[in-house]
Structures are given as C-alpha cells and as structure tokens.
Design a protein around this ligand. Structure first.
Ligand SMILES: [Zn+2]
Length: 73
C-alpha cells in the first residue's frame, strides 16, 4: 500500500489534488513531477510545463509514428 495522502492537500474541507493524474491510465495514476514536466511512469505520458517559454511542446504521448515498411521489390 502506498500512502496517497501526499498527493492531496485538504484545504477548507475540500480535497485538492496537488499532482496531475494520467489521462490515459486513469485517476489513480499520478504523473511524476519533474522540474519542467510531469510524466506517467506507467505509459510514458508526458505533460510539459510551459512557463512562458515559446515553442515548447505542451503534450506528448508515448506514441511513435510507425515507420511504413515499403518493400520495393
Ligand atoms: Zn499513464
């Protein structure tokens, strides 16, 4: 069992999430907080934090563009 209380902060009787959750894996999977991004350890979903930086990517998944194998025989 993990202590999930550190992921929440209770303020004025209501629970506030302090961590983002993974939209792919569901609300029980929190994204690991990094200095410039948050990422899911399960599926690799990453959300980049944009702090006024221009040209930064907002969201990337673990999805790769599949290479088309074209056999030219
Ligand atoms: Zn995930």
């Amino acid at each position: 069992m993990t202590n999930a209380s550190k992921y929440y902060k209770i303020e004025g009787g209501k629970i506030e999430r302090t961590h983002r959750v993974c939209p792919k894996c569901g609300p029980s999977y929190f994204l690991a907080d990094h200095y410039d991004r948050s990422s899911c350890g399960k599926c690799g979903y990453t959300v980049f934090k944009r702090k006024g930086k221009k040209g930064a990517t907002t969201v990337t998944g673990s999805r790769r563009t599949p290479r088309k194998r074209s056999k030219s025989t």
